[in-house]
Write a protein that binds this ligand. Structure first.
Ligand code: C5P
Length: 234
């Protein structure tokens, strides 16, 4: 597992590969999300693997256990490094995801299984007033992390703010991967629970996911280097 995944939220394979080449980001760890995967399918994964990128396939599966198990069996054959589900799918669904991954990888290393707790675009107001879920965002995230662990996930996707509490509740080896990363002075966009790379490191997150702070930067190569530098000295 790498410590920084670039979120390739780019519309198609041609533009994504061009972006990586043009900014000398070959061989970096990348996250492929719904936008790119739904456009290109497995061919984007093959293209990135040919170029030696570590891949986090971020499709956030959330369906009945059997459907998720079968989908994960197929995704596991793509030989990606990390995949995820929504923890809100429940323990049985998470366990089914793991079973599908184990069967699909056919003796190769099983992809790391993460469960998304609360999206980093969700804040307290949305949780309480719109979704009408009880308790604080942190309480919900911890509850979902424990549920993810009970289902056999290797870790969770959460915000930097919850990393310490998750490690305390689920153990230090339970992985935390954190998006919503914004270096000082970079726009928040739709992210609500964001943090800087230094804060992420200090809170003990295992890996950060960075999208627009790199992909929309005037110099993505420099921005990537700077974030790694901040992370290394955090
Ligand atoms: O551009 P930005 O750095 O905000 O991108 C964050 C990426 O992480 C997006 O691809 C988004 O889908 C993903 N993500 C997130 N919050 C989660 C899980 C994934 O922002 N909880």
């Amino acid at each position: 597992m790498s410590s920084l995944y670039i979120a390739l939220d780019i519309e198609n394979k041609k533009k994504a590969l061009q972006f990586l080449e043009q900014h000398q980001l070959e061989g970096t760890a990348v996250k492929v999300g719904m936008e790119l995967f739904y456009q290109e399918g497995p061919s984007i994964i093959a293209g990135l693997k040919e170029r030696n990128h570590d891949i986090f396939l971020d499709l956030k599966l959330h369906d009945i256990p059997t459907t998720v198990e079968n989908a994960m069996r197929n995704l596991s054959r793509l030989d990606v490094d990390m995949v995820n589900v929504h923890a809100q799918g429940g323990i049985e669904m998470i366990a089914a995801a793991k079973k599908g991954l184990e069967e699909g990888c056919q003796g190769k290393e099983r992809p790391v299984l993460l469960a998304v707790t609360q999206l980093t675009s969700t804040d307290q107001k949305m949780l309480s007033e719109e979704l009408r879920q009880q308790g604080t965002v942190e309480e919900s995230v911890i509850h979902l992390a424990k549920l993810a662990k009970a289902g056999g996930a290797d870790g969770v996707v959460c915000s930097v703010q919850e990393v310490k509490a998750i490690k305390a509740a689920c153990g230090s080896s339970f992985l935390t991967v954190t998006p919503g990363i914004r270096p000082e002075g970079v726009q928040q966009n739709d992210q609500k629970r964001s943090a800087t790379p230094v804060e992420a490191k200090q809170q003990g997150t295992d890996a950060i996911v960075v999208g627009r702070a790199i992909t929309a930067a005037s110099d993505p190569y420099f921005s990537h280097q700077q974030i790694i530098e901040e992370w290394n000295h955090g």
